[in-house]
Design a protein around this ligand. Structure first.
Ligand SMILES: Cc1cc2nc3c(=O)[nH]c(=O)nc-3n(C[C@H](O)[C@H](O)[C@H](O)COP(=O)(O)OP(=O)(O)OC[C@H]3O[C@@H](n4cnc5c(N)ncnc54)[C@H](O)[C@@H]3O)c2cc1C
Length: 506
């Protein structure tokens, strides 16, 4: 979006700066909090990038936004994960932006293509594509203190380009891209294997550890089984938004209510553990329950040690002839951004994150002014559904961006007892712990609602704010607000109301 010229400031503002000679008290020749030109770059156009684009369009004027997306399509992880059976673990009606319901989900749990369509339709409906540049990978970003901007290097199609922004949002998600090859018994393998088995001539499933598997999704036991919505149900969701909202609120509440199971020793945790043990023990042993008695399946409970042209060799030296190899060996967590970021005095984020990431509220990083991350390390990855947490993070970031834009700010810079009582602190390995046995937990220490409440207001006192002008009050301008300058009669007494509802001054 091109920066709109601020005609108001040019025409109506007294150009003489107000100066008090005693203390060089200089204000800007503009009305109170006039939004300055703001340029924002977001890396990524998954759910996070789309949210930033949508919310900026709604809340900002005088801005430019570019979401650089390395893939040829939007939708992020749901574009990258297109393996057979790829699905969302939470009910479809709970996996939408909170303000953008979808009455047309065809199943209770939705599959990858449905989610890709949801994001594509969202971008089309809100005309977000002009803000998105596909096939464009952010390579690096370097903070320039004097200008209060990042210089950003982007590989766009086959060209290398340089861009600049006042605010840099990292919306690149926390999973590094993975290679597909079926080795593994984790959550991806559980989705892939039954699908591949239906069509494969023969499937060799490598299951090094005879892993205990929770019900095809633990949530199905707790929230409900897969189900096809009837046309009548979809019509009711479409025609009766209040009914649909109640349904969604009930589902979301059920997801949030599950949080108690993560508190070690709680009644819910004990009950869930008993249920899981029963279900998982049924599924332990020669292989997945779904694969038992399938003639075209061989399960191998050995370690795969070598890949050769004819197939793969296990640790007892046996060759298993295969044509296609699918790796479902897990995700690598991306703590540091997938591009180089240089902050104050040239420090790199990779160095600052070594040996451990140093982040504030999972959103900002000391020494990296005006840099924000959505769904970053210490974020809310496990409790509730991801999208509402993305929304509060986007809102938090844009509150800061608005302050930067309106208060002439140049630089906006800036956790772990709780986990001891959570189930995640038990002596096991997981990607929440960066795959370190008994390692430090890199997830939010509380429920989804707890996270969202924390993010609702920005604690500006936790930031070191550096202004563009010597006088931090310069943005107060020429003693007038916009409504007075444009003589907008309807906005000259916004606080006169019939009831105690919120009001703002334009
Ligand atoms: C199989 C699977 C099942 C899931 N199930 C659930 C679930 O049930 N419930 C739930 O809440 N969440 C689930 N998730 C989590 C899901 O990741 C989030 O819900 C959400 O989609 C993440 O969105 P995002 O925009 O933060 O990240 P992503 O979707 O990962 O998007 C990041 C984007 O950044 C781009 N990018 C990366 N590096 C660069 C770069 N250098 N330059 C430019 N662009 C770059 C990527 O190409 C990508 O498009 C699941 C994820 C997977 C993979």
């Amino acid at each position: 979006m091109p920066i709109t010229e601020n005609i108001l400031d040019r025409k109506t503002v007294n150009k003489t700066e107000t100066v008090s000679s005693a203390n060089q008290y200089t204000t800007l020749p503009q009305c109170h909090s006039t939004p300055s030109e703001l340029r924002v770059i977001c890396a990524g156009a998954g759910a996070a990038g789309l949210l930033v684009a949508y919310k900026m369009k709604k809340l900002f004027t005088n801005y430019e936004l570019v979401c650089y997306e390395k893939n040829p399509h939007i939708a992020g992880t749901w574009y990258e994960n297109r393996y057979p059976g790829c699905a969302c673990d939470v009910p479809a009606h709970a996996y939408t932006f909170s303000f953008e319901p979808n009455p047309n989900w065809s199943t209770f749990y939705t599959y990858g293509p449905g989610i890709r369509k949801y994001f594509k339709d969202f971008a089309a409906k809100h005309e977000l594509m002009p803000h998105i540049k596909l096939n464009s990978r952010v390579l690096s970003a370097t903070w320039i203190e004097e200008g209060g901007m990042y210089e950003v290097e982007v590989q766009s199609d086959s060209k290398s380009i340089r861009d600049r922004c006042h605010v840099l949002v990292n919306g690149t998600g926390f999973f590094n891209s993975k290679t597909v090859t079926v080795i593994g018994t984790g959550s991806s393998a559980i989705q892939i294997i039954p699908q591949i088995q239906k069509t494969a001539k023969h499937l060799v499933a490598f299951m090094r550890s005879a892993k205990a598997t929770s019900p095809s999704s633990s949530t199905t036991q707790l929230l409900g089984a897969q189900y096809h919505f009837t046309e009548e149900e979809k019509r009711r969701f479409r025609d009766d938004p209040e009914y649909h909202l109640l349904y969604r609120q009930k589902l979301e509440s059920s997801v949030n209510a599950l949080f108690d199971m993560y508190i070690r020793g709680s009644e819910t945790s004990k009950q869930t553990e008993a249920l899981m043990r029963y279900e998982m023990l049924r599924r332990i042993g020669p292989g997945h329950e779904e694969l038992k008695n399938k003639e075209n399946v061989t399960t191998v409970h050995k370690e795969l040690v070598k890949v050769v042209p004819e197939g793969v060799i296990d640790d007892s030296g046996i060759l298993h002839k295969v044509d296609i190899l699918i790796c479902a060996t897990g995700f690598n967590l991306a703590f540091a951004p997938p591009f180089e970021v240089r902050g104050v005095n040239g420090v790199t984020m990779a160095d600052e994150f070594c040996p451990e990431p140093n982040v504030y509220l999972a959103l900002t990083v000391p020494k990296f002014p005006n840099y924000f991350v959505i769904n970053g390390v210490r974020g809310n990855w496990v409790a509730g559904t991801a999208l509402p947490s993305h929304e509060v993070q986007a809102k938090y970031i844009l509150k800061c961006a608005k302050k930067i834009q309106e208060e002439s700010i140049r630089a906006f810079e800036h956790i772990d007892a709780w986990h001891k009582q959570s189930v995640w602190s038990a002596g096991c390995k997981s990607w929440y712990k960066n795959n370190v046995l008994g390692g430090k937990l890199w997830i939010w220490g509380g429920s989804a609602l707890h996270y969202m409440k924390t993010m609702k207001e920005v604690k500006y006192e936790h930031y070191n704010i550096r202004y563009r002008n010597k006088n931090m009050w310069a943005y107060l301008g020429n003693e007038r607000v916009r409504a007075e300058i444009v003589q907008d009669a309807g906005k000259l007494a916004p606080y006169m109301r019939n009831s105690d509802v919120p009001w703002t001054i334009d």
